[in-house]
Design a protein around this ligand. Sequence first.
Ligand SMILES: *Cc1c(COP(=O)(O)O)cnc(C)c1O
Length: 363
Amino acid sequence: MSVSYAFGKFFVPGPTDVRPDVLAAMTQPMIAHRGPEFEAMFARIQEGLRAVFRTERPVYVSSSSATGLMEAAIRCAPAGRILALVNGGFSERFAKIADMCGRDFDRYEVPAGRAHDPAELRDRLAGKRYVAITVVHSETSTGVLNDVRALSDVARESGALCLIDSVSGLGGVPLEFDEWKCDYVLTGSQKALALPPGLAFAAASADFARAAKEVAGRGVYFDLGEFDQFAAKDQTPNTPAVSLLYAADAQLQAIAAEGMEARWARHLAMQQEVVEWTERLAERGISIVARPGERSPTVSAIRLPGGMTPRGFITEVRRTGYTLGAGYGALKDTTFRIGHMGDHTVATVRGCLAACDEVLEKA
Ligand SMILES: *Cc1c(COP(=O)(O)O)cnc(C)c1O
């Protein structure tokens, strides 16, 4: 079966556009998830994911959206207080999960559109004992990139685990799980990895995985101890979304062929296109929410001048065949977002920006 579909016009920052050959991979027949064919595929997927996470550790595969592995991080964190770093909608979700899982937690909040400061984090961790911090690498709601390497170093100094959500980061932004001595990094399939939604991936350090196996009340479906045990035999604890794994198998091979360094460079080049576009239109009141030096290479939240609503703008751009993302959370009514991630290229981003120009000329 072939999928006929013109890739390159869908710029929602998750789910992002998926190539036709990856979509077509999902039409393969079922296989038993406790059989040799599955284990062989899972081993290939592990190899691909390890290259993306830059780790020798197993990478857990969850048939859930990314939020599931955020919840896993909280539920499997050892007893004690958590510090939630909040700077937008998704980091707020991490704090909410800590709250709803009944954890004691504090917030280190900075305004939406800003990044966290490692020195400030050091002060907060010195003042109180925390077992873990939660942090979002690329805040998809605002387009802000946190320096998770520095923040994770500071957490480690104080003996706190650093639980990193890199859902719109990993695959598009450098992250070195082993070299940076990360404790936990999770991502989702539908952002910079350019897969359909429905899978989530995470790596945990050996120490965190071991500690997770002792945590009371961690539940079943998001028990990292179970993921760890099953990953060792190239399996998942429960029936996985086999069709989505076919897509992951195909896409991870394409990612390996491109190479991570080339992928990161491509994302920077796409971001640069968007930055230059906003700079050209600065006089019209168009600007990027995130400040220079704190911008995510995978997603931009963009302010429109007064008089033009993002909702109306997105609708007009849609008529040209291009789909933009709406604003998210606190920025919902004042911004639109471009997801320049996954398998998009400088050429497809240029096409999208030309469509935006066409609409702006008429406005
Ligand atoms: C999309 C996203 C999530 C949530 O992902 P789901 O797959 O919808 O659960 C979490 N964090 C960030 C930073 C995201 O971009």
